[in-house]
Design a protein around this ligand. Structure first.
Ligand code: 5GP
Ligand code: ZN
Length: 116
């Protein structure tokens, strides 16, 4: 099963739920997080439904994961991030994952509450 109609990110990938897109290609979609933690906060997802990082295998997903990760700096720069950013992948219940469709958070821009 490649997409799930119950899954909010599958619905976003299918264009059934609107999002503010950052990037789209045949395998990957990136869009702004609806509740950003920082001035720049977008998510990179595979278009196919994969529950989480723990559901991936090197044999099946190495190229896709590489593509998602390699897009992060390029898209961050395109969003005006020039002073560093964070990539987060929450995984599973104890990892704080709320949406069960694999996604990378890319978080950048000034975050004064982390300084000092
Ligand atoms: P998680 O906790 O699963 O790693 O993060 C899920 C992220 O998805 C959260 O930061 C949340 O704000 C974001 N999110 C949840 N639903 C939607 C949505 O419908 N649209 C967008 N753009 N982001 C969403
Ligand atoms: Zn999904």
């Amino acid at each position: 099963m490649s997409v799930s109609t119950d899954c909010i990110f599958c619905r976003i990938a299918a264009g059934q739920v609107p999002s503010r897109k950052v990037h789209e290609d045949d395998e990957v979609l990136a869009f702004h997080d609806i509740a950003p933690w920082a001035p720049v906060h977008f998510l990179i997802i595979p278009k196919v439904h994969i529950d989480s990082l723990a559901s991936t295998t090197p044999e099946q997903h190495q190229a896709l994961l590489g593509r998602m990760l390699a897009l992060a700096p390029q898209l961050a720069l395109a969003q005006g991030v020039t002073n560093g950013f964070r990539v987060v992948v929450n995984n599973g219940a104890d990892g704080g994952q709320e949406v069960p469709h694999l996604h990378l958070h890319v978080i950048g821009g000034p975050r004064p509450w982390l300084r000092g």
